[in-house]
Design a protein around this ligand. Structure first.
Ligand code: ZN
Ligand code: FE
Length: 271
């Protein structure tokens, strides 16, 4: 078990109102998502790949942008910040370790910090590996996680600035969230991820179930996320590097999990 240093609030009080989300596509295959607190009217954009689709989502929902929660410094997650901030005067929250590489930052956060969007309370989880300072946001009362380019459905981000051991540890933190946590990631890569995952675990039943579900969603022109942590850890090979059958399938039985993870990630890079 991973100790996050804070207690999960098991359920919300009756007086609380549930968070709402709005998911939309940006750029080529990025997701944009709004997180809305109906009690206060506050709304956060998780990352800002580009301004126009965020504006369209705000118009569709009638929500007012108060915050931008940034997961990491890559341009496909930050390019829209300047325009959105100029227009909405919203507060920009960014990872401490990457603040120098992100323009227009107001507040910097790291592991264990609390982020408030109106009455919604999120916790910051350091998830380095894709970038050195990448963070994720977890809202325990609503069991919502925003994981940027660390975890994708049936995949994970490329290890660009960190190393495999670091990325594996970050994925373990996300795997340790409650099973019924719904996570939102930075990209719609699920279909291609499934094609690769089947080469690692051709007999994984949970993966077959997810593949069928995703095929239906894609045929219906729907997004494949959010997914739940519980379903993900049964089907995503990158969350399963410590399973004997996964180690065996990449010829690394008995090796440390992070080495198995590194081997799977290497294979995916070349897939
Ligand atoms: Zn990225
Ligand atoms: Fe990205």
């Amino acid at each position: 078990m991973i100790d996050f240093g804070f207690a999960f609030r098991a359920s919300r009080k009756d007086s609380d109102m549930a968070a709402q989300t709005n998911l939309f596509s940006c750029l080529k295959d990025n997701f944009g998502v709004l997180l809305h607190d109906p009690a206060s009217g506050a709304t956060a954009a998780i990352d800002a790949p580009e301004a126009a689709p965020v504006e369209a989502a705000l118009k569709n929902t009638g929500w007012r942008l108060t915050d931008i929660l940034v997961t990491h410094h890559h341009a496909d997650h930050t390019a829209g910040i300047g325009e959105l901030k100029a227009r909405h005067k919203c507060r920009v929250i960014a990872p401490r370790a990457e603040a120098a590489r992100i323009a227009h930052v107001d507040d910097i956060v790291g592991e264990g910090d609390t982020v408030r969007v109106g009455a919604l309370e999120g916790r910051v989880i350091d998830t380095p590996g894709h970038t050195a300072g990448h963070i994720s946001y977890f809202f325990p009362a609503d069991k919502l996680a925003f994981v940027g380019d660390t975890l994708f459905s049936i995949g994970c981000g490329r290890v660009i600035e960190g190393n495999a051991e670091m990325m594996w540890r970050s994925l373990l933190k996300l795997r340790g969230l409650p099973d019924d946590t719904q996570f939102y990631c930075g990209h719609e890569y699920t279909e291609a991820n499934i094609r690769f995952a089947k080469t690692v675990e051709p007999d994984n039943k949970a993966l077959a179930v997810r593949a069928e579900e995703v095929a239906k969603l894609i045929a219906a022109r729907k997004f494949t996320i959010p997914a739940t942590i519980g379903a993900e850890k049964a089907a995503n090979p990158f969350l399963r590097a410590d399973m004997a059958e996964v180690a065996k399938s990449v010829g690394l039985s008995g090796s440390p999990a992070w080495k198995v993870f590194a081997a799977i990630r290497e294979r995916k890079n070349r897939f």
